[in-house]
Design a protein around this ligand. Structure first.
Ligand SMILES: *Cc1c(COP(=O)(O)O)cnc(C)c1O
Length: 440
């Protein structure tokens, strides 16, 4: 790869290499109708995913009592964070136009991160397929019958493998083990010890590697290839994972309607999504676009040390380039975001639906972690704070607003939604260490 030429063609890369925080809002974003054909999936696919989760809800309510209150539907709260808004404005000297809200996927049941959407959905899809093919299940059955010794024994004849920096492994490991599958999680070097311990306590076999996420995925893929009964969950390219995440769009729409929060041409919605390989934020953004159309504006946030999606989309090289090709080290405290090469599927599918991409430093994430804990009493893991500067950057960018036809009046009626992607299960002593890193 001729990186000199590339930097010449794309001057923004020089800033990425210097690990500067950047925003790139002059993207390929266009109207939904024009962007949709590039995804290769549509609202029927999302409706299908939604119906599948509905079929499994009685099973989940039984197998995971913490989901009984929501009748087996795995969903998180959305809350306004006015004190945090004030704290941000004061600390960074930038007013935020409109309301600031938090989507608490950090506190999703079962695995405490956004991966409880896609990861669990993909395991359920696979289990349903196997059981139906074996004549043991019909879509019209009460899926509570999956919570029996007979079905656990059936699934125990099959295995599931996945490569992960931590949270995906948690979701897939816990869900697969509960159904009865043999499951192995291939963990990258940056995965936290407590996540490995927790998985092992659920009977998951955890393999550890010295290298990063890409290597863990490759090892998982290889291990699965040698076993015909082993299903490998491919975080880099899975449409199924993507669809599991996308159901969040219609769910958020219903939550907003219940809370009387308007999203229309006079009331834009801005959503800030932490991005690793891209499946989570990509799937959620896809669902949001289908639910809210051109009135929702989605942004991806990445660490300065791992800006893989920004790099892939900006250069048009997608998964043909990794941050390491530019000498960027892919070392960050942000679990889930330490990814050097973005999903080629997500970048190509979603680049016309995304208004912007930005990066922030690890120090900045820690500061925001402390600020949120102090101002609102909400504790998240560092990666989950990546969305937080988004509202400041959008509010401060009058060129972007003008280009998108967003008037000051519309901005003051806007809702900014920060997608908090993880942290609900971080042990207290780990959280204390995170808070100690914050300068806030
Ligand atoms: C996985 C993860 C993300 C990003 O999801 P991708 O699908 O990898 O882009 C963001 N935040 C947290 C906490 C995660 O675990």
């Amino acid at each position: 790869m001729n990186t000199k030429q590339l930097i010449n063609d794309f001057p923004l890369l020089a800033q990425l290499i210097k690990l500067e925080e950047v925003s790139w809002f002059e993207t390929k974003a266009t109207h939904l109708a024009e962007a949709l054909p590039y995804v290769g999936l549509d609202s029927t696919d999302v409706a299908d995913a939604s119906a599948r989760l509905q079929r499994f809800a009685p099973y989940l309510a039984l197998a995971f009592p913490e989901t009984a209150a929501s009748n087996g539907i795995i969903e998180s709260e959305v809350v306004e964070i006015p004190q945090m808004k004030q704290a941000l404005e004061a600390k960074y000297g930038q007013a935020i136009a409109g309301k600031l809200m938090l989507k608490k996927d950090s506190h999703l049941p079962i695995s405490g991160s956004i991966k409880a959407r896609g990861g669990i959905y993909e395991v359920l899809t696979h289990a349903e397929k196997l059981a139906i093919a074996a004549g043991k299940l019909k879509e019209s059955d009460d899926y509570q019958m999956l919570f029996t010794e007979e079905m656990r024994n059936f699934f125990n004849g099959y295995s599931i493998a996945v490569g992960s920096t931590g949270n995906l492994g948690m979701s897939i490991g816990i869900m697969s083990a509960k159904l009865g599958f043999k499951v192995s999680v291939h963990m990258s070097a940056d995965a936290r010890q407590w996540k490995k311990d927790k998985l092992r306590s659920h009977g998951v076999s955890v393999h550890e590697y010295e290298q990063d996420y890409g290597v863990a995925v490759e090892q998982g893929r290889k291990a699965a290839e040698s076993d015909a009964n082993c299903f490998f969950i491919d975080d880099e390219n899975s449409r199924t994972l993507f669809l599991g995440y996308s159901v969040a769009g219609e769910r958020l729409k219903a939550q907003f309607e219940a809370a009387d929060i308007k999203v229309d041409s006079e009331h834009p919605l801005f959503v800030y999504l932490p991005c690793g390989v891209g499946g989570g934020p990509g799937g959620v953004a896809f669902g949001l676009k289908l639910a809210f159309g051109d009135n929702v504006h989605c942004f991806f946030a990445e660490p300065t040390h791992s800006p893989c999606m920004l790099l892939g989309v900006h250069t048009g090289l997608h998964d043909e380039i990794a941050v390491q090709d530019l000498g960027i080290d892919n070392v960050t405290a942000a679990d889930g975001l330490a990814v050097g090469r973005a999903s080629g599927f997500v970048g190509r599918a979603m680049e016309r639906m995304l208004d912007g991409y930005y990066t922030l430093s690890d120090e900045h994430m820690y500061d925001l972690l402390g600020l949120l804990a102090q101002s609102e009493g909400i504790e998240l893991e560092p990666s989950a704070l990546a969305g937080m500067p988004g509202a400041l950057r959008v509010s401060g960018d009058s060129d972007y607003q003008a280009r998108m036809g967003l008037t000051p009046e519309m901005m003051s009626s806007a809702t900014h939604l920060v997608w908090a992607t993880g942290g609900g299960m971080v042990p207290a002593e780990e959280m204390a260490k995170y808070l100690a890193q914050s300068a806030s």
